[in-house]
Design a protein around this ligand. Structure first.
Ligand code: NI
Length: 259
């Protein structure tokens, strides 16, 4: 089964002791590429460095909505520079988060707009985090789409079918994480069943969101296979076929060339 983990945070400390083994286990499960996302300038830089060291690793750069109070305009200028790096295939992680209620929404919106603009200017797809913020995220996406269809992904999607369909209509892909495998996620599996096949992606969000059978443990890119198997079942596809479909989608969106 060939797979791409389209969203992970491999810069995190919890991988410092065994990152090469983590990537090796992923490749043994058919994971041919992993995209590691930045959350601040520091972690974006680290992701880019790692992607230069590990050929299967690619980077996305940005400031996560929960951390925008820790980032400066100078940091943003550095991220814009980093976005031009040859190993950078996406812009993010960006978006809006109203779950934690620690960062003012207007500030989050301003940073989200910056990322949407950088995505359009750089031609690199935007990776969008949306937690308890579907209304305002859709408002921003509708506004941004007035300049043409968007290119990017709603990461670790856990929202409604209506939201997913509107995102698809605006040009976006929809990515599913380990949340899809949870017992309580029947409604989400129904969303996944109804979306167009050419917009589906899979991811881990490692080290977070471990799939059902490894819940509570550190997540890692090898586990994207469990989410892919659930998605295959939901779509009535053979796991191999689902792997080919989502891998082709990831390669097209992020411009990956796999060996
Ligand atoms: Ni993430």
């Amino acid at each position: 089964m060939r797979l791409v983990d389209t969203h992970a945070h491999l810069d995190e400390e919890s991988f410092d002791a065994d990152r090469p083994e983590v990537l090796h286990r992923a490749s043994q499960q058919g994971v041919l590429a992993v995209i590691t996302l930045g959350t601040l300038l520091s972690t974006s830089r680290r992701g880019v460095e790692l992607s230069h060291r590990h050929p299967e690793l690619h980077a996305a750069v940005g400031v996560h909505p929960n951390y925008v109070t820790q980032a400066s305009d100078t940091d943003w200028e550095a991220i814009v520079q980093l976005a031009g790096d040859s190993r950078v295939v996406g812009i993010g992680e960006t978006g809006l988060d109203l779950y934690w209620k620690t960062v003012p929404l207007e500030l989050q919106r301003a940073w989200f707009r910056r990322h949407l603009e950088l995505s359009r200017d750089s031609g690199k797809p935007v990776c969008i985090h949306c937690r308890d913020a579907e209304g305002p995220v859709l408002e921003e996406l509708r506004t941004a789409s007035q300049r043409g269809l968007l290119r990017g992904v709603m990461h670790s999607f856990a929202g409604s079918l209506e939201t997913a369909q509107e995102c698809v209509a605006l040009g976006l892909h929809v990515s599913f994480s380990g949340i899809l495998t949870y017992k309580k996620s029947a409604a989400l599996r129904e969303v996944a069943r109804q979306l167009p096949g050419d917009r589906l992606l899979v991811e881990t969000d490692a080290p977070y969101l471990s799939p059902q059978t490894v819940r509570g443990k550190r997540n890692e890119p090898a586990h994207v296979r469990m989410t892919a198997e659930t998605l295959a079942e939901v779509r009535g596809l053979d796991p191999e076929e689902l792997g080919e479909l989502t891998t082709a989608n990831a390669c097209r969106l992020f411009g990956l060339r796999l060996s």
